[in-house]
Design a protein around this ligand. Structure first.
Ligand code: ADP
Ligand code: ADP
Ligand code: MG
Length: 669
């Protein structure tokens, strides 16, 4: 067995590998860029080597620096995690020359599977179903049109060297095929330096379902069930689960057998994932094989009980797999939510900044429930613009899919995070979505269900009632604090068991309640006469309130507002006020302050760097005209004029770093 493993990665996956290595009694080495000197993964390892640099190219992608760090620390094996050098055949060959073990497959397997045309041909030869299409390289747009028409629209035009959803276009007719070919080819050339393009049938209403395989160097190869990853945004996975609610035992076995056949065809060793696209008739087709540990591997670990990282390490050290196909049993249901530093209400633009608060839910393992949170950050840490914006992977496991989703909802409600824009509320909204709960998924789910992006909506019915009760309970508890805040005055000065009539204003709705303290609990009665019993140990100052309402616990995240309180729960965020009936009546008469008119400003939509200013003071601009480019997290965002106007003032210069809502330019009115 190895004595020391270096992880050539950062963030949660580095921490994840260290945990298993430590349990196995193996020494751990972290590497880090200058930006990451204080990062959690550095503190989680026995030793750390600074390799300098800021960007990925200057640090985690620099093979020479990583190999130097191995020599310096005396590591005898390297785990690459995912991303970065994990699918880089040159890296694994260079390590071999140094006598250091690469914890992953052979360089030849990486090369075969890294190319989509090669891997598709290999799959077909190994008896794996492939998407009908043209397996050759397409020379020009006219050939693309002809082949697309032969296949039958819609078609998917793909770059052979593609990855991360890049270099891919759907075409529904000849014109789109011509256009799609040209755009995919130029994108492939600039992103991958390789412009080979192929075409295949576009599978409509598809589900993304992938098979986890694991192989050793003694000829053993098994599959560990599937993961469904259909909840995607721009071909990026957001929520994953295992097993898939769509597969039956026969389809699962057929997919597993084909995945194993493909792995065997390239003498695969280590953990790998064979991705399939599955149509509404349960026909499945090979997409690609990822020759590494996958981001979403925890859901497989939760339903199989197998530590995939441990098996990878053992197999790399030449040991036999500890389990056979017959040992693999899928138990219960697991869900993973990827918590990203991106703002769903601003078209998912990436956010950066310091995590002023980071309190994940309590992790736990009981016979019926698991809550697991794989993370690489801690409170006070920084999400920088240099790397991936993933903050954490929150997973829950339970005996049924419904219970696992309920657990995830609660865990998301409890997740207390601020300082950085994030998608917690959006993830909660997905967990409550009737279509998600029904398991009626496809890769178009987010586009179809959130066509305008994600925005706040008002709770209704039972959910609204829940918010009203929560507001009343918070107001009641606040009266005990010396600096009792909003709402407490309504209830203050009452005798211990005296009833009070209150109005909980949730957004625009007025909810009349009669509140009666009752042996440490609160009895609440609504206008229809319905009674509810609420109990909490929340005290003012705590930002998450757990309230038991009619025997069931709910969590509410609280944020202070002027003369009100913000309450977040189940994907809803509302402004709540608790007033006496008379005050509530008068509140309805208060003039509503119109929001300030900001239309004469161009505001910075996210923290980032102004790289280019395309206009100058005094210029006349047309609607849609490009005004400036702001770069954040490797994404270039072109800001356009919303209406015609004249630029009055530009207080920034190219090269300036801006915060959200900083003024980039002002127009004449
Ligand atoms: P998966 O199917 O496991 O999501 P992808 O092939 O889409 O994998 O991409 C690999 C994963 O690696 C991404 O989800 C991303 O989070 C991560 N990744 C890719 N590039 C980087 C990078 N430069 N830094 C950190 N993580 C990265
Ligand atoms: P990448 O290497 O970028 O991950 P993939 O080939 O795995 O590329 O495709 C990424 C995603 O694009 C898939 O998860 C699926 O949602 C969609 N996709 C790819 N090929 C097809 C196809 N032929 N029909 C329908 N959707 C597809
Ligand atoms: Mg893929």
């Amino acid at each position: 067995m190895f004595s020391k493993i270096l992880v050539a990665n950062r963030g949660e996956i580095a921490c994840r590998v260290f945990t298993t290595a430590r349990r196995m009694g193996i020494g751990t080495v972290a590497i880090h860029s200058d930006v990451d000197a204080e990062a959690l993964h550095v503190k989680s390892a026995d030793e750390a080597v600074g390799i300098g640099g800021k960007t990925a190219a200057e640090s985690y992608l620099d093979i020479d620096k990583v190999i130097d760090a191995c020599r310096q620390s005396g590591a005898d094996a390297v785990h690459p995690g995912y991303g970065f050098l994990s699918e880089n055949a040159e890296f694994s060959e260079r390590l071999a020359k140094e006598g250091i073990t690469f914890i992953g497959p052979s360089a030849s397997a990486i090369l075969c599977m890294g190319d989509k045309i090669t891997s598709k041909k290999l799959s077909a030869e190994a008896g794996v179903n492939t998407v009908p299409g043209f397996m050759g390289i397409i020379e020009d747009a006219e050939q693309c049109v002809k082949i697309s028409a032969d296949i039958g629209y819609p078609v998917m035009i793909k770059a052979s060297a593609g990855g991360g959803g890049k270099g891919m276009r759907i075409a529904w007719n000849d014109d789109e095929a011509r256009e799609g070919f040209n755009r995919s080819r130029s994108e492939a050339k600039s992103s991958f330096g390789d412009d080979r393009i192929f075409v295949e049938k576009f599978i409509t209403q598809p589900r993304h379902i992938e098979i986890q395989v694991m192989a050793d160097s003694h000829g053993n190869c098994i599959y560990l069930g599937e993961r469904e990853c259909s909840i995607q945004r721009r071909n990026q996975k957001v929520v994953e689960e295992a097993p898939s609610p769509f597969l039956d035992e026969a389809t699962r076995k057929a997919m597993g057998d084909q995945a194993v056949a493909l792995a065997r065809a390239v003498d695969y060793v280590s953990a790998g994932t064979v991705e399939f696209i599955v149509d509404s008739q349960k026909q499945f087709y090979f997409l690609e094989m990822n020759t590494r540990l996958q981001v979403e591997h925890p859901v497989t670990e939760l339903i199989t009980g197998v530590d995939l990282v441990e098996q990878m390490i053992r197999v790399a050290a030449g040991q036999k797999l500890e389990i056979t196909q017959g040992d693999v049993k899928l138990t219960g249901w697991a869900i993973e939510s990827r918590l990203y530093a991106e703002d769903p209400k601003r078209n998912f633009l990436p956010s950066i900044g310091r995590l002023s608060r980071y309190r994940p839910p309590q992790t736990l393992t009981t016979a019926d429930h698991v809550v697991r949170n794989d993370t690489g950050v801690e409170e006070g840490g920084e999400i920088s613009m240099y790397y991936d914006p993933m903050i954490a992977k929150l997973c829950t496991w339970s005996t049924t899919r419904e219970a696992a989703i309920d657990d995830m909802s609660r865990a998301l409600d409890q997740f207390d995070l601020s300082g950085v824009g994030n998608n917690l509320q959006f993830l909660s909204s997905i967990m409550k979505h009737p279509r998600f709960r029904a398991g009626d998924l496809s890769t178009a789910f987010i586009d179809e269900e959130y066509p305008e992006g994600f925005h706040d909506s008002d709770p209704e019915g039972d959910t609204l009632a829940l918010f009203a009760v929560a507001a009343a309970v918070i107001a009641h508890r606040s009266q005990r604090a010396p600096d009792a805040g909003q709402g407490s005055a309504v209830l203050r000065g009452k005798q211990a068991s005296e009833s009070s009539d209150i109005v909980a204003i949730i957004g625009q709705t007025h909810n009349h309640l009669t509140v009666t303290p009752d042996a440490g609990m609160l009895n609440l009665q609504d206008e229809s006469g319905k009674r509810m019993l609420a109990e909490t140990s929340w005290t003012p100052g705590q930002s998450v309130a757990t309230i038991r309402i009619d025997g069931r616990e709910y969590d509410f995240k609280l944020s202070p507002r002027v003369a009100a309180i913000g309450i977040e729960h189940g994907g809803f965020l509302v402004k709540a006020q608790v007033l006496s009936p008379r005050k509530a009546e008068l509140a309805g008469l208060m003039p509503v302050k119109a929001p300030a008119d900001l239309s004469k400003f161009l505001l910075c939509p996210m923290p980032g760097l102004v790289t280019t200013l395309m206009v100058a003071e005094g210029d006349t601009v047309e609607p849609g005209q490009a005004l400036a480019i702001v770069e954040a997290m490797k994404m270039e965002n072109v800001l356009q004029a919303e209406k015609a106007g004249v630029v009055a003032r530009i207080p920034v210069a190219a090269g300036d770093s801006l915060m959200v809502d900083d003024i980039i330019m002002e127009f004449e009115t």
